[in-house]
Design a protein around this ligand. Structure first.
Ligand code: PLP
Length: 370
């Protein structure tokens, strides 16, 4: 590993443990959400780990992600829910990918693909119960009418919605979404349609709203060991989850500088003591958020070294302290249990942990711990 200037370490054992923990607290099956390269952790390895650890489904946003799973030989059920008109639905059916229906236009394209391929599409109907994003809202009534004509040409596997505010345990918004969801489900059932898998819960639903579990949890961030929202739901530790991602980067150089040295572009950083600075070989092109302030940084053998000045494209500068033993060529921990967490980076940059892990660039190799 010593030739790598920076790398992401993905602890697949942590992912397995997080899935097992959540599975042990629910009767629902688990769909492991692996969109966006498994939140930056690596699509194929995470998918295989999830299935080995008790997840029975995989979920992607895009068809191309689902195709990548099939191309790697992953045979578990896969649901892809974000398919704009014009997507390759023929290939989706041939690859046995379950599709979400969220508009009349998509319904018609999926039906046409079913006719062309001779394969009955497996579909999950998505309803918009308060997120005001994906799913049927204004087209619901015409959809039910059209469904009467075409329901025999579809295998309706699932019925689902997505929560907007499940990470706010004190809000009754999720309960309101569930009430509307049940009304819509009843309307579907009145048409004689009884989907096998009802699913509503994301990680926050899984952790904070037992009544949302239904037949399946769509588990994303919690599987990676991170909290849906540390302010409302507590940290990974509070939730009993183990973060799977850590990042190491090499020190390009270590240099002694006097107090009041101006550091980096714009001279935006200033040393507040005579100290040793570490030049870290990772920057915003690698996915570090340029906006991060000096509450984030790296750690060297457990000692925190905070950012000084602006993050550059390929490097950043940290204050290792006057007494550091760190040497050029050694690794520091950018994200990890012995230093700053993805949550620390998120709060230093005014964003959320999801954005930190998903934006770690693909140019950083992923090293897997099994
Ligand atoms: C991303 C996503 C999830 C997972 O959300 P988490 O908050 O990461 O658990 C679940 N369902 C849908 C539709 C999603 O897009």
């Amino acid at each position: 590993m010593s030739e790598l200037r920076a790398y992401v370490e993905v602890d697949l054992r942590a992912i397995a443990a997080n899935i097992r923990k959540i599975a042990s607290e629910s009767d629902a099956q688990i769909l492991a959400v692996v969109k966006a390269d498994a939140y930056g952790h690596g699509l194929i390895e995470v998918a295989c780990t999830a299935i080995e650890s008790g997840a029975s489904w995989l979920g992607t946003a895009l068809l191309e992600e689902a195709f990548a799973l099939r191309a790697a030989g992953v045979s578990a059920p896969v649901l892809a829910w974000l398919t704009p008109p014009g997507d390759d639905f023929d290939s989706a059916l041939r690859e046995r990918i379950d599709l979400s229906i969220s508009s009349l236009a998509i319904l018609e394209e999926i039906l046409a693909a079913g006719e062309r391929t001779g394969i009955t599409p497996r579909v999950h109907i998505e309803v918009d119960t308060g997120m005001t994003r994906g799913g049927f809202l204004d087209e619901w009534d015409p959809f039910l009418i059209r469904l009467r004509e075409v329901k025999d040409s579809l295998h309706i596997v699932g019925f689902w919605t997505h929560f907007a505010r499940a990470d706010e345990p004190d809000s009754d918004f999720t309960d309101q979404q569930l009430i509307l969801f049940n009304v819509l489900l009843n309307a579907l059932q009145s048409e004689g349609i009884f989907p096998e898998i009802i699913h509503t819960a994301n990680s926050a639903g899984a952790l904070a709203h037992p009544s949302s579990h239904k037949q399946m949890l769509r588990l994303g961030i919690a599987m990676y060991g991170l909290s849906p929202d540390i302010t409302t739901m507590g940290s990974s530790e509070v939730l009993g989850l183990t973060p799977a991602m850590s990042i190491k980067a090499k020190l390009v150089n270590v240099k002694s500088v006097p107090a009041l040295s101006r550091v980096g572009y714009g001279g935006a950083g200033v040393t507040d003591r005579d100290t040793k600075l570490g030049i870290v070989c990772m920057g915003y092109s690698d996915g570090l958020p340029r906006r991060a302030d000096s509450t984030a940084g790296v750690s060297y053998l457990g000692d925190l070294a905070r950012l000084v000045g602006r993050i550059s494209m390929d490097q950043c500068v940290v204050d290792l302290g006057p007494d550091t033993q760190a040497l050029a060529g050694e690794y520091v921990t950018v994200i990890g249990a012995d230093g700053f967490s993805a949550d620390d980076w998120a709060s230093a940059a005014g964003t959320i942990n999801y954005e930190i892990t998903t934006r770690i660039a693909s140019r950083l190799p992923r090293i897997y711990l099994r």
